[in-house]
Design a protein around this ligand. Sequence first.
Ligand SMILES: Cc1cc2nc3c(=O)[nH]c(=O)nc-3n(C[C@H](O)[C@H](O)[C@H](O)COP(=O)(O)OP(=O)(O)OC[C@H]3O[C@@H](n4cnc5c(N)ncnc54)[C@H](O)[C@@H]3O)c2cc1C
Length: 323
Amino acid sequence: MGISSIWVYGEVVDGSLSTMTTEMLAKARTLADDVSVVLGGEASDALAAEAGAHGASTIQATGDLGQGLQGVHVAAAIAGAVDAGSGPAAVLAGTTYDGRDVAARLSVALDAPVITNVVDLEVDGDALVGTEPVFGGTTNVKTRFTGGKAQIALVRPKSFVAEETGGGAAAVTALATQDVGAAGAAQIVDRFVEESDGPKLDEAGFVVSGGRGLGDAEKFAMVEEMASLVGGAAGASRAIVDAGWVPYSSQVGQTGKVVKPDVYLALGISGATQHLVGMKGSKHIIAINKDEEAPIFGVADLGIVGDVHNVVPKLIEALKARA
Ligand SMILES: Cc1cc2nc3c(=O)[nH]c(=O)nc-3n(C[C@H](O)[C@H](O)[C@H](O)COP(=O)(O)OP(=O)(O)OC[C@H]3O[C@@H](n4cnc5c(N)ncnc54)[C@H](O)[C@@H]3O)c2cc1C
């Protein structure tokens, strides 16, 4: 026996399925015969084509939710389907703000457990088994669902590669919304988009990150300049986020973003396990640190033992000379 059906909570960015969603679809289609995308909102033809191309047979769409909170309505709609006997065996949501909201509300509505922070999934009999890193990513544990109305897993970004299957467009069906009582009164009244130049940190092919070894907040400009010269994004260790040098949105690591660029350049970062879990999947890692014993060199393909204040300006000069 395997898993009969998986519903993947779909998030939409600029009219397309988010990378997180297509990553989950890539895994879901290897675990179940029937994979659906659950959308809070309307499903356009473009979304149906994209979902199908990533292996979903159906999009279950709630229809327009107005300014209501996605989590409230999507969780209630999935719970309603499960209670009516038309729901899935398992639900996957991404470790995003809305994904966590959906999983938490669904867990309460169905009195079902959630496996969080999943980096891999497999099927054992008719149960889903999640792999999650513990102790700062030094060990993985496997957790198996042993029952419940639905198996709910929260998946960590960049755990799977979002490849297309070339399938035709997914069929769009209506997912009945439910009466959510007072929770329906919560409305989104405004949205703010953080301004940024260049690629997004978690999608960039080249990431240049800075740590406490930079010395002070002003020196982060060096990281940004390097990032812009290589067409990449600037990231940071938690030490300098906590120090207020850069915003939390720049943080790479266990409690920040997970990145998997082609090249990760770490400037003045020690390489604590909590930082490594956010970047060790990068294809090539380059580290510059003045301490040759720094743990970052343990994962680096190329290491420069030196002072960032000497090495980085020379790199910047060389890159500018090539431009
Ligand atoms: C629950 C928990 C979650 C956490 N989550 C995260 C997370 O998501 N991301 C994260 O990054 N951390 C996280 N941390 C913090 C983590 O443990 C480290 O404290 C942090 O990563 C250290 O940041 P750093 O490497 O910039 O600073 P430090 O550890 O202080 O290292 C600075 C490095 O710079 C080098 N250096 C100093 N001067 C120079 C110079 N002039 N030139 C070159 N090198 C120099 C030093 O040799 C040193 O290796 C977490 C911790 C906990 C407990």
